[in-house]
Write a protein that binds this ligand. Sequence first.
Ligand SMILES: [Mn+2]
Length: 323
Amino acid sequence: MLLIDQILGWIQKYETIIIHRHVRPDPDALGSQGGLACLIRDNFPGKKVYAVGEDAESLRFLLPMDAPDDAAYAGALVIVCDTANRERISDARFGKGSRLIKIDHHPVVDSYGDPEWVDTSSSSASEMIASIYRTHPELKMTDSAARLLFAGIVGDTGRFQFSNVTPETFLTAAELIKHPFGRQAFFNDLYRRKLALARLNGYVLQHFTLTEEGVGFIKLPLDLIRSFNLESSDASLLVNCFSDVENLKAWVLFSEEKDSIRARLRSKGPVINRIAEIYHGGGHPLAAGATVHSWEEADRMIADLRTLCRQEPLQMNSSEKDA
Ligand SMILES: [Mn+2]
């Protein structure tokens, strides 16, 4: 039997279904979680459905969280969306139900569900939830469900620009926007940011350095971040704000915390996670993080990046790539 049908079978069997997702939720975490909650509520009336996890202030407009008590987990079906490993599941009670199902599009880090539906070819967990509707036309999709699933796809594809977008992604999006969920208001909500962050963005654009090797960097001391009424974690949201500057190959944003300096590294080609590993960090080849303990150590990391980028040819532009 297809995994989707198996999962629908389990949903039919349980009276209470509790849906989790990863900590520090992004639009796909909430979109897949909320989209699945809608699917169950709208098509299996009478079941108790809860979407749980910590509140994320800036995304509260997408999906308010439910707060079931521990007793709700007794005999419940728990489904976790968009989360590769147990450590990243928001709300530690996920193991308290009588069955745990995983629905995810990340490579498997940790097998914790039975069954597990993992599709790494899908742009997003939200696209996977949408495919339940697409393969089961008898399921009714409400405008709220469409809005949540669209949010998740938009978020994880960077507005349809990343390489994870497939023809299926666009077909799914085409179906979703047939629903009048208020797309303009939704985009305004999703990309709204605090004035203070826009001001700090301006500061970063004015003050970042671009070296002749194609290394970009900006150092943000804590007192400077605080002078904008922001915290170090806010500053990290700006890591990509100068990523579109020509001749840039790899870059790093340093934001000082109370006892250390957080380094967020990004790249258009040179592999930077090996440099992150030297500085107590790690990550993906083109997106990594590390921690340094002084500005001198930050300068050493910049020197390492310059050495790395000196050997790397400039990124081809897209017309050369297409040729
Ligand atoms: Mn995702």
